[in-house]
Design a protein around this ligand. Structure first.
Ligand SMILES: [Zn+2]
Length: 333
């Protein structure tokens, strides 16, 4: 690409990121409700006035309207601004890492799946199959231009990612007779494996459990809760219940993978918190009862997503900073 034109293309990439972020806000709001992301047009949830195109410009409209609906003044969540800016900035970060090369496309498609999954899991404790399953397929498709061996690496990554978390789930069940990992985490791990190949899996498990544990402990200590409370019940009693039957569960057993690496570091909080693993949500009659997150529960999807992006965008930097054997082994370089 001619050098003088590069800033134009980078600016275009940033604006594309903001616009895709705007669309991802729709995905975050609608996919967990089982609604179409295409129609109807976005409306204010309060006064139901359709949102005009000039009030739907990424970032600018939110700032002009100061986060309020033009019709009725209902506050619009700052999440809309945050997701747009985050998507734009991460698109730039992917360009800074890969330049104008095919892996940039892989990174942008991966971001388009990981960003909504992160926000949906953080708010609602679910990783919808409507996103994870197509994500696995896109991960494999986007590797095709890289060659046969990268496609097979992605396939291995998807299968191994699923199996590793399936095994963790099984051992969690053996150890605690409880479901240790959310049902959706296996499929998110398969998605990450499909995009990044099996080489990334060890680093993703390690980075996500370490960071999730530290964040969860800090938040538990500061606020008395590691994760958010259960999503609020729909205000309208006539509204149909959300289609997702049982929210995935997460407990401190997710520390298990971190333990094998940093046993001494994590053993103390782990043993203390084991007492807080939630009761089995299946009652004596064998019926699933409504699951509500305990104070020590933490949605794990955002940490898997963050670890995947760290590996993809910062992996070489991390290995350069700590050029020792174990770091190389964990990072798969
Ligand atoms: Zn309104």
């Amino acid at each position: 690409m001619p050098a003088p034109l590069e800033p134009v293309f980078v600016g275009f990439l940033f604006f594309a990121g903001l616009s895709i972020g705007s669309f991802l806000n729709v995905v975050i709001a609608r996919v967990p409700e089982g609604l179409s992301v295409v129609s109807p047009r976005s409306r204010c949830p309060k006064c139901e006035q359709p949102i005009a195109w000039y009030d739907n410009v990424p970032v600018v409209s939110w700032l002009v309207l100061r986060g309020k609906c033009r019709g009725c003044g209902t506050p619009i969540s700052p999440r809309y601004l945050l997701v747009e800016l985050l998507t734009g900035l991460l698109f730039l970060a992917a360009w800074a890492r890969f330049g104008w090369d095919w892996p940039l496309v892989l990174a942008l498609v991966l971001l388009t799946f990981l960003i909504p999954l992160t926000f949906i899991d953080a708010e609602r404790w679910i990783l919808p199959f409507e996103l994870t399953l197509p994500g696995i397929a896109f991960g494999l498709l986007v590797r095709i231009p890289l060659g046969l061996s990268p496609v097979l690496g992605g396939l291995k990554g998807a299968v191994l990612g699923y199996l590793v978390f399936r095994a963790l789930e099984f051992f969690g069940w053996l150890a605690f007779r409880k479901e240790a990992l959310g049902a959706g985490d296996k499929f998110l791990m398969a998605l990450i494996g499909a995009f990044l190949s099996w080489r990334a899996l060890l680093a993703v498990v390690f980075l996500s459990s370490l960071q999730g544990a530290l964040f969860g402990l800090a938040r538990l200590w500061l606020t008395g809760r590691a994760g958010p409370t259960a999503p609020e019940a729909s205000a309208d009693p006539q509204a149909p219940p959300p289609p997702e039957p049982a929210p995935p569960k997460m407990s401190w057993a997710f520390l298990a993978p971190g333990l094998s690496f940093g046993r001494r570091l994590l053993l103390v909080p782990y043993s203390v918190l084991l007492q807080n693993i939630p009761d089995d949500p299946v009652d004596e009659g064998g019926e699933e009862v409504e699951w509500t997150p305990e104070a020590t529960n933490l949605p794990f999807g955002p940490w898997l997503a963050a670890a995947a992006l760290e590996w993809l965008l910062l992996g070489p930097v991390m290995v350069d900073l700590l050029p020792v054997g174990p770091v190389r082994t964990v990072m798969g370089f």
